[in-house]
Design a protein around this ligand. Structure first.
Ligand SMILES: [Zn+2]
Length: 333
């Protein structure tokens, strides 16, 4: 269990426990409003979760049928999975907003290919991952697909867009890094930041290696670089509480951001040291960078090594030694 969220007028936190994803603690859905009554994120489509959400909303004096608008912080299943079911339960066309850079992630074009882009094969092969391992990860992704229904043609929102309601005022802050289309939402009356997976208290969010970069507005997009820039962007907001996508609420956001910065610096040094002895493909660095990686998490491990390697290359401390496959990298002094 996590400690209870502060009671605020017009904002209800609905943390939902996620069996099988204990490291995330909870998936948090937030109900904001009246007029228009708005949900921020919708959780994954787990059996029984819609009923649980309905129950929690009733405790707060609402019904699923009251939902008028859904705002998604980003396009991952644990944040948009139940959107379709909620729209159906509401019995009408509920407007669903997402940033354009993540719209593809929630579309049937992505879910119909098991959330696994063909480019991921190439990227993992370049990292030196054995084919059997890649297939295993693909299967895991195909299980994730069952935890969501696709949303096609959502409404799009951009940085600086505002959502008004009776007694709330939300501003969209584009905070790419975890995904290219991640947003945080700032509610100015309560000074609450809904951070999605951009800021989480108990884990350092993963800036994930991004496929389909050529489709992004910035084809040179790098997740960790973008993530750090997005953290800086929060400094101009007067934040009383952060209400994250997972786990407990945060009071001292600056303190959490400081721990991220230390963590990233340490990870980057480990990657540099791992490459320092000899040039190696990324898959072979996992053991040097992480203490233990659960089976099936090799994709996340390679992804994390890759985003740190990009930063090392930016700083002139590493370079591509052989384009491969597998690609070999080496450290520079
Ligand atoms: Zn998440």
């Amino acid at each position: 269990m996590i400690r209870p969220f502060p009671e605020l007028e017009n904002i209800h936190a609905i943390p939902i426990e996620l069996p099988g994803f204990e490291d995330l603690k909870t998936a948090n859905i937030y109900a904001v409003g009246r007029g228009p009554f708005t949900l921020i994120d919708t959780g994954p489509k787990y059996p029984g979760l819609l009923e649980q959400l309905n129950y929690e909303l009733r405790q707060a004096g609402y019904r699923l049928g009251d939902v008028e608008r859904i705002i998604l912080t980003h396009g991952h299943i644990d944040h948009f999975g139940m959107t379709y079911s909620i729209r159906e339960a509401a019995g009408r066309d509920v407007a669903c907003y997402i940033h354009p850079e993540d719209a593809w992630k929630i579309s049937s074009a992505n879910t119909s290919q098991d959330l696994w882009d063909h480019e991921a094969y190439e990227v993992m092969a370049l990292a030196g991952m054995p084919l059997a391992e890649i297939e295993g990860i693909r299967e895991r992704f195909s299980f994730f697909k069952d935890l969501c229904d696709p949303i096609n043609n959502p409404c799009l929102m951009e940085d600086g867009d505002e959502f008004f309601g009776n007694a709330y005022h939300l501003t969209v802050i584009h905070t790419p890094g975890h995904t290219p289309g991640s947003v945080s939402l700032y509610e100015s009356r309560s000074r609450v930041l809904f951070s999605g997976d951009h800021v989480i208290k108990h884990i350092t969010p993963n800036p994930l290696i991004e496929m389909r970069r050529t489709d992004l507005r910035d084809p040179d997009y790098q997740s960790l670089r973008a993530f750090k820039k997005s953290l800086d962007k929060l400094q101009s907001f007067d934040i009383q509480y952060v209400f994250p996508g997972h786990g407990e609420y945060i009071e001292d956001v600056a303190d959490v951001i400081r721990t991220y910065s230390v963590h990233h610096r340490q990870r980057m040094e480990l990657v540099w040291q791992a490459l320092n002895n000899k040039s190696r493909p990324l898959f072979h660095l996992i053991g040097d960078v992480f203490e233990n990686v659960p089976e099936g998490d090799a994709f996340l491990a390679v992804s994390e090594i890759y985003v740190h390697l990009e930063m090392l290359i930016n700083e002139g401390r590493a370079e591509l030694a052989d384009p491969g496959p597998p690609a070999l990298y080496r450290a520079l002094p």
